[in-house]
Ligand binder design. Sequence first.
Ligand code: HEC
Ligand SMILES: [Cu+2]
Length: 414
Amino acid sequence: MLHAFLPVPQNRGLSPTRLRESPVCRWRFFVIIPRMFGKTQTIWPLLVLLGVCLFGLTGQSVFGEPTDGSAAETETNTNAIAMPAVPGTRLPADDRTQDGWAVTLSPLSPPAQTISELFYLILGIMVVIFLVVGTTMGVLIFRFRASRHKTDGEPPQIYGSKPIELAWTLGPAIIVFVLFLVTARSIFEIRSTTAPPDAVEVEVIGHQWWWEFRYKKSGVVTANELHVPVSSDGTRRPVYLKLTSADVIHSFWVPQLAGKTDLFPGRENKMWFEPSQAGWFIGQCAEYCGTQHAHMWLRVKAEREDEFKKWVADQQKPAVLDAAVNAGRNLFLSNACANCHTIRGTHAKGVFGPDLTHLMSRETIASGIQLNNKENLTQWVQDPQTIKEGCRMPDMKLTSDSVEKIVAYLLTLH
Ligand code: HEC
Ligand SMILES: [Cu+2]
């Protein structure tokens, strides 16, 4: 095989048949590669660039260890899509998950785990192919560069070599077949079957630009923050989602829990996940759905069984009726607010916007982009367009006195 790398003798005038018979010509096709680049030095920056890309990809997983959610660690978490839950602020760190970040490379639920294993397997195969091709090319380009072999004219052309053609047809075909098999197996592993009896079933409805969650068994309706029980070895509490859309196509994506699933109007898609750690999981609408698509964030809170039960029980109650904020409630009910929002226990039954019955049980408003506090609520009710331009809630042009009263009422909705 070594003679493959020997200098190319002058071979002009040899007939193709004679060439094929010559002992070195079998390997001569490698020589075509450096010739293609003319000045061979130009290939080196290209190889370096490829190397850097590869390092970027794998380095991310090598250096970006999962964090424990503490502020200091989250700040340096290179393993995440840089997406602070609230611009310029930090939400309270919670347990051990990556609060405030959507993390792609540390799965904490079976479907995400399967996808991640597939990703690393395919990445591994690709790295091996890259190294083999890259090294061979590098060596050949260096060994047979034009300045070392003062030959002119074309290198020998080789036609109809069965071993070579078999090798470069069968090799890739086998690799593609292996990739197909492992991918198909993963798809079957994570596909959604019918929900087991103790599963939590939730209907997810995508809206421009917020998420509606309707729990099947308990009847709870909430928005943007999905509460689910955490699974442990002994007790598995999978979450089964049925996804649909009220307007355009959206996509439900919480990378640590499962892959993306699209939400279509007039069609029901299914998915499931099973968080193995308590805490917040951050996600994002993953299908461009209009101007505020980037602000259609998604937060899933996995909590202990007892915490989850308590949350469900609280959510099932009708809204608090506090006489001290009658003025604000009357303003809410007499303005258009009631046409778009539901507050159970009042006659506000609108379904165009998020259910506000237990608004204050949520940490954020406007699908995760603002903390839910008096200041932000005031700005939101005064003119939501200043927070989320183009959002489907109009500027109601209320006097600041009315805004103050309405917000005082909203703040009682625990
Ligand atoms: C035309 C329908 C419409 C009207 C009228 C309306 N809203 Fe909204 N509201 C929405 C929509 C849609 C959203 C979700 C916006 C988003 O996140 O993109 C929303 C969001 C909110 C939120 C944040 C909820 C959350 O969990 O994110 C509050 C609070 C709110 N509205 C209060 C009010 C009040 C108070 C009024 C009356 C002054 C009112 N809305 C009038 C449609 C409406
Ligand atoms: Cu969307």
